[in-house]
Design a protein around this ligand. Sequence first.
Ligand SMILES: C[S@@+](CC[C@H](N)C(=O)[O-])C[C@H]1O[C@@H](n2cnc3c(N)ncnc32)[C@H](O)[C@@H]1O
Length: 245
Amino acid sequence: MYKSGYIVDPSSTVSCYDQHAALYDRYQQTVVPHYQTALDMVALTYGRYVRPGGRVLDLGCGTGNASAALLRADPNARIFLLDGSAEMVEIASGKISALAPHSLAGKAVADLGIPGWDRGLEPGYDAIISSLVLEHLPFSTHRDVIGGCRRLLRPGGWLIAMEGYREDDSDMLEWFFAQMEERRRGLDPQLSDFVAELREKKEVHHYSSKRQKEEWWRKAGLEGVAVLWQYLCLALMAGRRPEER
Ligand SMILES: C[S@@+](CC[C@H](N)C(=O)[O-])C[C@H]1O[C@@H](n2cnc3c(N)ncnc32)[C@H](O)[C@@H]1O
Protein backbone atom coordinates (compact mmCIF):
# COMPACT_ATOMS: atom_id res chain seq x y z
CA MET A 1 0.00 0.00 0.00
CA TYR A 2 1.56 3.30 -1.07
CA LYS A 3 0.82 6.28 1.17
CA SER A 4 2.39 9.72 0.97
CA GLY A 5 5.83 8.60 0.01
CA TYR A 6 6.18 5.40 2.00
CA ILE A 7 4.90 1.87 1.90
CA VAL A 8 3.17 0.56 5.03
CA ASP A 9 4.74 -2.76 6.03
CA PRO A 10 1.75 -5.15 6.17
CA SER A 11 3.08 -6.80 9.35
CA SER A 12 3.59 -3.51 11.22
CA THR A 13 1.83 -1.75 14.09
CA VAL A 14 0.77 1.01 11.67
CA SER A 15 -0.81 -1.55 9.34
CA CYS A 16 -2.71 -2.97 12.33
CA TYR A 17 -4.24 0.47 12.95
CA ASP A 18 -4.91 1.00 9.23
CA GLN A 19 -6.92 -2.22 9.27
CA HIS A 20 -9.17 -1.44 12.22
CA ALA A 21 -9.38 2.36 12.07
CA ALA A 22 -13.17 2.30 11.63
CA LEU A 23 -13.61 0.12 14.75
CA TYR A 24 -10.98 1.89 16.83
CA ASP A 25 -13.18 4.23 18.85
CA ARG A 26 -15.67 1.56 19.93
CA TYR A 27 -12.90 -0.82 20.96
CA GLN A 28 -10.70 1.75 22.64
CA GLN A 29 -13.46 3.51 24.59
CA THR A 30 -14.82 0.22 25.92
CA VAL A 31 -11.68 -1.81 26.48
CA VAL A 32 -8.90 0.54 27.63
CA PRO A 33 -9.28 1.44 31.34
CA HIS A 34 -9.48 5.19 31.93
CA TYR A 35 -8.86 5.95 28.24
CA GLN A 36 -11.04 9.08 28.29
CA THR A 37 -9.64 10.22 31.65
CA ALA A 38 -6.13 9.89 30.22
CA LEU A 39 -7.07 12.05 27.21
CA ASP A 40 -8.74 14.58 29.49
CA MET A 41 -5.50 14.73 31.50
CA VAL A 42 -3.59 15.55 28.30
CA ALA A 43 -6.07 18.39 27.70
CA LEU A 44 -5.91 19.55 31.30
CA THR A 45 -2.10 19.65 31.19
CA TYR A 46 -2.25 21.60 27.94
CA GLY A 47 -4.70 24.05 29.56
CA ARG A 48 -2.33 24.63 32.47
CA TYR A 49 0.83 25.28 30.48
CA VAL A 50 -0.19 26.61 27.07
CA ARG A 51 -1.92 29.88 26.26
CA PRO A 52 -5.32 29.59 24.49
CA GLY A 53 -5.26 29.42 20.71
CA GLY A 54 -2.00 27.47 20.70
CA ARG A 55 -0.43 25.74 17.71
CA VAL A 56 -0.54 22.02 18.44
CA LEU A 57 0.91 18.93 16.77
CA ASP A 58 -0.94 15.69 17.55
CA LEU A 59 1.77 13.06 17.07
CA GLY A 60 0.18 9.70 16.24
CA CYS A 61 -3.27 11.26 16.26
CA GLY A 62 -5.16 8.00 15.62
CA THR A 63 -8.83 8.92 15.20
CA GLY A 64 -8.22 12.34 16.80
CA ASN A 65 -9.52 11.66 20.31
CA ALA A 66 -6.71 13.53 22.13
CA SER A 67 -7.20 16.52 19.84
CA ALA A 68 -10.96 16.40 20.41
CA ALA A 69 -10.41 16.45 24.19
CA LEU A 70 -7.98 19.35 23.78
CA LEU A 71 -10.48 21.31 21.69
CA ARG A 72 -13.00 21.07 24.50
CA ALA A 73 -10.42 22.84 26.71
CA ASP A 74 -9.29 25.29 24.03
CA PRO A 75 -11.76 25.69 21.14
CA ASN A 76 -9.33 28.06 19.42
CA ALA A 77 -6.37 25.67 19.30
CA ARG A 78 -4.95 25.11 15.81
CA ILE A 79 -4.17 21.45 15.38
CA PHE A 80 -1.93 19.60 12.95
CA LEU A 81 -2.65 15.86 12.75
CA LEU A 82 0.07 13.30 12.00
CA ASP A 83 -0.07 9.51 11.99
CA GLY A 84 1.51 6.62 10.13
CA SER A 85 -1.93 5.32 9.19
CA ALA A 86 -3.70 7.20 6.39
CA GLU A 87 -7.02 5.66 7.49
CA MET A 88 -6.57 7.08 10.99
CA VAL A 89 -5.63 10.54 9.70
CA GLU A 90 -8.76 10.60 7.51
CA ILE A 91 -11.05 9.76 10.43
CA ALA A 92 -9.27 12.22 12.72
CA SER A 93 -9.50 15.09 10.24
CA GLY A 94 -13.22 14.40 9.73
CA LYS A 95 -13.76 14.42 13.50
CA ILE A 96 -11.81 17.63 14.10
CA SER A 97 -13.37 19.42 11.12
CA ALA A 98 -16.84 18.52 12.40
CA LEU A 99 -16.01 19.75 15.92
CA ALA A 100 -14.29 22.99 14.96
CA PRO A 101 -13.59 23.52 11.22
CA HIS A 102 -11.21 26.43 11.80
CA SER A 103 -9.05 24.31 14.12
CA LEU A 104 -7.63 21.90 11.58
CA ALA A 105 -4.32 23.46 10.59
CA GLY A 106 -3.12 20.51 8.49
CA LYS A 107 -2.49 16.79 8.37
CA ALA A 108 0.24 14.37 7.34
CA VAL A 109 0.80 10.65 6.98
CA ALA A 110 4.32 9.85 8.14
CA ASP A 111 6.10 7.00 9.89
CA LEU A 112 7.94 8.22 12.97
CA GLY A 113 10.47 5.44 12.43
CA ILE A 114 11.55 6.87 9.08
CA PRO A 115 13.96 9.82 9.27
CA GLY A 116 12.35 12.90 7.73
CA TRP A 117 8.93 12.24 9.33
CA ASP A 118 8.94 15.91 10.32
CA ARG A 119 9.63 17.17 6.78
CA GLY A 120 7.25 19.97 5.88
CA LEU A 121 6.22 20.69 9.47
CA GLU A 122 6.75 24.29 10.43
CA PRO A 123 8.57 24.58 13.78
CA GLY A 124 7.23 26.80 16.55
CA TYR A 125 4.52 24.58 18.07
CA ASP A 126 3.20 25.69 21.46
CA ALA A 127 2.56 22.05 22.30
CA ILE A 128 3.06 18.56 20.94
CA ILE A 129 0.63 16.02 22.31
CA SER A 130 0.98 12.28 21.88
CA SER A 131 -1.21 9.61 23.36
CA LEU A 132 -0.45 5.87 23.33
CA VAL A 133 2.05 6.19 20.47
CA LEU A 134 5.62 6.54 21.76
CA GLU A 135 5.40 3.08 23.38
CA HIS A 136 5.35 1.63 19.84
CA LEU A 137 8.77 3.06 18.96
CA PRO A 138 12.05 1.19 19.46
CA PHE A 139 14.14 3.04 22.04
CA SER A 140 16.61 4.58 19.58
CA THR A 141 13.67 5.86 17.48
CA HIS A 142 11.95 7.13 20.60
CA ARG A 143 15.02 9.17 21.45
CA ASP A 144 15.30 10.56 17.89
CA VAL A 145 11.61 11.48 17.88
CA ILE A 146 11.89 13.30 21.22
CA GLY A 147 14.83 15.24 19.75
CA GLY A 148 12.67 16.06 16.72
CA CYS A 149 9.88 17.25 19.03
CA ARG A 150 12.28 19.55 20.83
CA ARG A 151 13.27 21.12 17.51
CA LEU A 152 9.62 21.54 16.47
CA LEU A 153 8.55 23.21 19.74
CA ARG A 154 8.92 26.94 20.24
CA PRO A 155 11.15 27.91 23.19
CA GLY A 156 8.87 27.42 26.20
CA GLY A 157 6.63 24.97 24.27
CA TRP A 158 5.47 21.71 25.88
CA LEU A 159 5.67 18.04 24.98
CA ILE A 160 2.78 16.20 26.65
CA ALA A 161 2.81 12.43 26.17
CA MET A 162 0.70 9.60 27.51
CA GLU A 163 2.07 6.10 27.16
CA GLY A 164 2.51 2.72 28.79
CA TYR A 165 5.45 1.95 31.08
CA ARG A 166 7.05 -1.11 32.63
CA GLU A 167 8.67 -0.95 36.05
CA ASP A 168 10.94 -3.67 37.45
CA ASP A 169 9.30 -5.73 40.18
CA SER A 170 5.80 -4.49 39.38
CA ASP A 171 2.93 -6.31 37.65
CA MET A 172 1.28 -3.01 36.61
CA LEU A 173 1.30 -3.96 32.90
CA GLU A 174 -0.14 -7.43 33.48
CA TRP A 175 -2.78 -5.96 35.79
CA PHE A 176 -3.76 -3.39 33.15
CA PHE A 177 -3.96 -6.07 30.43
CA ALA A 178 -6.09 -8.26 32.71
CA GLN A 179 -8.50 -5.34 33.07
CA MET A 180 -8.60 -4.94 29.27
CA GLU A 181 -9.42 -8.62 28.87
CA GLU A 182 -12.25 -8.28 31.39
CA ARG A 183 -13.65 -5.18 29.68
CA ARG A 184 -13.61 -6.86 26.25
CA ARG A 185 -16.69 -8.76 27.41
CA GLY A 186 -18.62 -5.50 27.06
CA LEU A 187 -18.21 -5.62 23.27
CA ASP A 188 -19.76 -7.63 20.48
CA PRO A 189 -17.46 -10.74 20.46
CA GLN A 190 -16.89 -10.62 16.70
CA LEU A 191 -15.61 -7.05 16.82
CA SER A 192 -13.70 -7.62 20.02
CA ASP A 193 -11.95 -10.80 18.79
CA PHE A 194 -11.12 -9.26 15.41
CA VAL A 195 -9.37 -6.24 16.96
CA ALA A 196 -7.75 -8.16 19.81
CA GLU A 197 -6.31 -10.79 17.44
CA LEU A 198 -5.08 -8.13 15.02
CA ARG A 199 -3.33 -6.27 17.84
CA GLU A 200 -1.93 -9.50 19.26
CA LYS A 201 -0.43 -10.41 15.87
CA LYS A 202 0.89 -7.07 14.65
CA GLU A 203 1.19 -4.55 17.45
CA VAL A 204 4.70 -4.12 18.87
CA HIS A 205 5.38 -2.36 22.17
CA HIS A 206 8.64 -1.14 23.65
CA TYR A 207 8.05 -0.44 27.30
CA SER A 208 10.62 1.12 29.62
CA SER A 209 10.58 2.65 33.07
CA LYS A 210 9.46 6.24 33.62
CA ARG A 211 12.87 7.06 35.03
CA GLN A 212 14.54 5.88 31.80
CA LYS A 213 12.29 7.99 29.60
CA GLU A 214 12.60 11.04 31.86
CA GLU A 215 16.36 10.76 31.40
CA TRP A 216 16.05 10.52 27.59
CA TRP A 217 13.74 13.54 27.51
CA ARG A 218 16.21 15.58 29.59
CA LYS A 219 19.12 14.48 27.43
CA ALA A 220 17.12 15.62 24.37
CA GLY A 221 17.09 19.10 25.92
CA LEU A 222 13.70 19.24 27.64
CA GLU A 223 13.31 20.64 31.15
CA GLY A 224 10.67 20.49 33.86
CA VAL A 225 10.20 16.83 32.93
CA ALA A 226 7.74 15.11 35.26
CA VAL A 227 5.08 12.43 35.43
CA LEU A 228 1.81 14.24 36.19
CA TRP A 229 -0.72 11.41 36.17
CA GLN A 230 -0.70 7.62 36.27
CA TYR A 231 -3.14 4.70 36.31
CA LEU A 232 -1.30 1.37 36.66
CA CYS A 233 1.10 1.26 33.66
CA LEU A 234 -0.45 4.25 31.88
CA ALA A 235 1.25 7.55 32.65
CA LEU A 236 1.39 11.11 31.40
CA MET A 237 4.78 12.80 31.14
CA ALA A 238 5.32 16.46 30.29
CA GLY A 239 8.41 18.58 29.67
CA ARG A 240 9.19 21.87 27.94
CA ARG A 241 11.77 23.27 25.61
CA PRO A 242 13.73 25.82 27.64
CA GLU A 243 13.13 29.51 26.97
CA GLU A 244 15.99 31.19 25.10
CA ARG A 245 18.00 33.60 27.20
C1 LIG B 1 -3.20 3.27 20.29
S1 LIG B 1 -3.29 4.32 18.90
C2 LIG B 1 -3.38 5.92 19.68
C3 LIG B 1 -4.13 6.92 18.84
C4 LIG B 1 -4.52 8.22 19.53
N1 LIG B 1 -3.36 9.02 19.85
C5 LIG B 1 -5.34 7.95 20.75
O1 LIG B 1 -4.93 8.31 21.86
O2 LIG B 1 -6.41 7.36 20.62
C6 LIG B 1 -1.62 4.32 18.28
C7 LIG B 1 -1.45 5.17 17.03
O3 LIG B 1 -0.06 5.31 16.78
C8 LIG B 1 0.17 5.20 15.38
N2 LIG B 1 1.55 4.75 15.19
C9 LIG B 1 2.14 3.65 15.70
N3 LIG B 1 3.41 3.57 15.30
C10 LIG B 1 3.63 4.65 14.51
C11 LIG B 1 4.75 5.12 13.77
N4 LIG B 1 5.92 4.46 13.75
N5 LIG B 1 4.62 6.26 13.06
C12 LIG B 1 3.45 6.94 13.05
N6 LIG B 1 2.36 6.54 13.72
C13 LIG B 1 2.44 5.41 14.44
C14 LIG B 1 -0.87 4.20 14.91
O4 LIG B 1 -1.10 4.28 13.53
C15 LIG B 1 -2.07 4.58 15.77
O5 LIG B 1 -2.88 5.53 15.14
